[in-house]
Design a protein around this ligand. Structure first.
Ligand SMILES: [Zn+2]
Length: 474
């Protein structure tokens, strides 16, 4: 049950066209939404805090009340299982939510229904789809259906903060033989690009006081996977550069301002436009423009200028990795590169890249290319992280089955499986793809104020999952 600090439960008004099964589903979701499951400090048996643990225990309790087998995996995850058999179909959802933020019209944890919409943090991401999946299992059980493999609703608790829940699950629990994750978009996402997190660094030992402009500091960016909309540089102006800065700014998408500070110090501020790291060409990279400007200026020669010129010439404002030697394209996607963070002082330099590579490619190719690009320069690879691509061929039985179910249940026979640059929760377990739950063209309020799920969508989603479970287990 929700803890005492939660608002009193809403009793849903059953509308004439709502079945008792649907009313029960709405009620369960309302109670789950009333539990604020934002990550907090760990407590005994609650590695992600009390709120998340309450949500997990509550969801397992509903599963048990519906007559399913349940298990709490040390507070990291849980499952609700239906049927018997050697193999297992996994449905991967999560119960943690991102912080609510402010300016909600309906309080974020009251689970108010207004105009056929159920409001609350987690309504779509991902408590609604989790409850829709659970009630899909219930509908099948009530109908006397016997799946040919076990159907396991896997409940993660840390999707929003790195999916440590699923790392724990995979260490201690059975891997599904096939699965889907209702934590993204319909129809089926059959490909997710590989994601590299690469940090290149350099220690500056060599410097030649040649009378050039001294670069004291360059900073920019908030996160590797966001196009930086701001970057700045602090310089010592030994020869006048104001005209160069103004001419540069006038010729570029980014605006760069020139400000005189005390002594001969000058601060350059570059303003771009933010965008998600998976679509860097939709943004204007403030770091890239600022570094390109520094490359035009007569800066002091040494390791630091080597670092700056490398970035200007090998990365610059390109978002396809051409000059770095990693440009790549397959039948589905082309590689995209975002320069997300930079930090340069007089001793060190570091730049962080977020690279998404085509779903049919392998990491090694890009490692080799970047290794060879930095060879013989002052830079080296300091950090390298890889999330491999997810790729199922469109004629794979899992993709074909889910697409057929989707077409039958929505009447949309023209829909095609899609590929994306982002990473979904499906990647957290093997043999799974993202399937729903947001319909194409539907308003996406996830991670925003007034997150909601339309009750009609909730019921439709549950119907789709019911048909999908049946199709994958008969
Ligand atoms: Zn989610």
């Amino acid at each position: 049950m929700p803890t005492s600090h939660q608002a009193p439960h809403q009793v849903p008004n059953q509308t004439p066209d709502q079945t008792p099964h649907q009313t029960e589903m709405v009620h369960a979701l309302q109670e789950l939404l009333q539990i604020k499951s934002v990550k907090s400090d760990p407590e005994p048996n609650a590695p992600f805090g009390a709120g998340i643990n309450n949500a997990l225990e509550y969801a397992l309790k509903i599963g048990e009340a519906l007559g399913f087998k349940t298990k709490n995996i040390d507070g990291y995850a849980g499952y609700i299982e239906f049927g018997s058999g050697k193999e297992m179909l996994g449905i991967l959802c999560h119960l943690d939510v991102v912080p609510e933020g402010d300016q909600w019209t309906h309080p974020p944890y009251d689970a108010v229904i207004s105009d056929g919409k159920l409001y609350g943090r987690g309504a779509y991401d991902d408590k609604g789809p989790a409850i829709a999946s659970l009630f899909a299992m219930k509908a099948l059980k009530d109908a006397g259906y016997q799946p040919n493999k076990r159907v396991r609703l896997i409940l993660g608790t840390d999707e929003e903060s790195g999916s440590h829940c699923m790392a724990y699950y995979l260490k201690h629990e059975e891997v599904p033989s096939v699965g889907f994750s209702p934590d993204a978009d319909f129809p089926v996402i059959h490909g997710e690009m590989g994601i590299l997190g690469v940090t290149l660094t350099s220690d500056f030992t060599d410097r030649l006081p040649d009378g050039g402009i001294r670069v004291l500091r360059v900073t920019g960016g908030k996160a590797p996977n966001m196009v930086p909309d701001y970057a700045e540089a602090l310089l010592e102006e030994t020869t006048p550069i104001e005209d160069i800065v103004r001419a540069f700014s006038a010729s570029r998408d980014a605006t760069v301002t020139y400000e005189r500070e005390e002594g001969n110090r000058v601060r350059l501020r570059a303003y771009g436009k933010s965008a998600h790291g998976s679509t860097p060409s939709q943004g204007i990279n403030a770091i890239a423009h600022l570094i390109s400007l520094l490359d035009l200026i007569d800066i002091e020669i040494g390791d630091q200028s080597g670092f700056i010129r490398f970035i200007a010439n090998k990365i610059g404002t390109e978002t396809d990795g051409r000059s770095l030697g990693i440009a790549s394209e397959d039948a589905f996607n082309a590689l995209v590169l975002n320069m997300g963070l930079i930090d340069i002082d007089e001793q060190h330099g570091s730049v962080t890249l977020n690279i998404r590579y085509p779903i049919t490619e392998k990491e090694k190719k890009f490692k080799t290319a970047i290794d060879s690009a930095v060879r013989g320069t002052v830079l080296h690879i300091d950090q390298w992280r890889n999330a491999p691509p997810l790729f199922f061929k469109t004629d794979h039985p899992l993709i074909k089955t889910l697409m057929r179910v989707y077409a039958e249940k929505t009447g949309d026979t023209t829909a095609k499986p899609i590929t994306i640059g982002g990473g979904t929760y499906a990647r957290a377990i093997p043999n799974a793809v993202a399937f729903g739950a947001l319909f194409p063209g539907a308003e996406d309020t996830m991670h925003q104020k007034d997150e909601y799920i339309a009750l009609d969508d909730l019921f439709k989603i549950s119907e789709i999952y019911e048909a999908a479970i049946r199709a994958l287990t008969e």
